[in-house]
Ligand binder design. Structure first.
Ligand code: DGL
Length: 267
């Protein structure tokens, strides 16, 4: 299908996490239309074998391509690390961006303290992640924090602080030290837990100075740049675009939950 400026911009994620990237894109390109596909029937991707993640990602992207999109954001760190290289080969003309843990921005802002990277076990295991650490991490203390199961809290709208505290105490607390200066949210679901993480750090570790960093704004900006480069941004008319959300889950509330997350007040 020939790309044209009036087509929507496609977004995909294993579920609802990519909405944290989509909301940045909507702010940056308010006149554009967006088509988001969340694969919640298959979430989480982050503890599946690489081959399965690739197969699932290709299937979702195929679907978006069939619907007709002029650009694509793989708004999932896990799918990006497993499949983005091949997607670029499969769709050479499509403006395409992936998201990766924002280690580079964290290092640029670093004052020499320890940087933690929360991500899915799969993202942490990948070659792409090792490469990121080798490229930017030298001379810095960057520590991976595998967060198996954290995605489910967002998928199930479980934002109860006490429940999350139990999770964070087990999975995050062992890594927090006096040297911790920032935490990279290396999974697109985690920005929706930002206030819970900050609350936990304050309550349980008496720390209100740890900075949380995620790559959603940078990814949205790169997407806009690539669309512009190919002359695929809509002409400015002052009319707001719309967001259409599709989800593979049989739970009919998933789409409604998605709009609620998209409009969740940010901190
Ligand atoms: N939102 C995803 C990410 O950025 C993946 C979560 C999952 O399905 O495990 O990694």
């Amino acid at each position: 299908m020939k790309l044209n400026a009036n087509m929507p911009i496609g977004f995909m994620d294993s579920g609802l996490g990519g909405l944290s990237v989509l909301r940045e894109a909507v702010k940056l390109m308010p006149e554009e239309n967006f088509l988001y596909f969340g694969d919640s029937a298959n979430v989480p991707y982050g503890n599946k074998p690489r081959e399965e993640i690739r197969r699932l990602t290709f299937r979702v992207v195929d679907k978006l391509m069939e619907e007709g999109i002029k650009g694509l954001a793989i708004a999932c760190n896990t799918a990006t690390s497993a499949a983005v290289k091949d997607l670029r080969i499969m769709y050479p003309d499509l403006p395409l961006v992936g998201i990766e843990p924002a280690i580079k921005p964290a290092i640029e802002q670093s004052k020499g303290g320890q940087i933690l990277v929360m991500a899915t076990p799969m993202t942490i295991k990948q070659e792409k992640f090792r490469h990121l650490l080798e490229t930017y991490g030298e001379g810095h203390e960057v520590v991976s924090v595998p967060c198996d199961g954290l995605v489910s809290f967002v998928e199930n709208s479980m934002f109860d602080q006490e429940l999350l505290n139990v999770y964070f105490k087990k999975h995050l607390s062992p890594f927090i030290s006096d040297r911790t200066e920032s935490i990279v949210l290396g999974c697109t679901h985690y920005p929706f837990l930002k206030s819970n993480i900050l609350e936990f750090l304050k309550e349980r570790h008496d720390r209100d100075d740890i900075v949380l960093i995620d790559g959603s704004y940078g990814t949205a900006r790169e997407l806009k740049r690539r669309l512009k480069e190919k002359n695929l941004l809509k002409k400015e008319t002052g009319t707001l675009g719309h967001v259409e959300i599709l989800n593979s889950s049989s739970d009919s509330e998933m789409v409604e939950k998605s709009y609620a997350l998209l409009n969740m007040p940010e901190i």
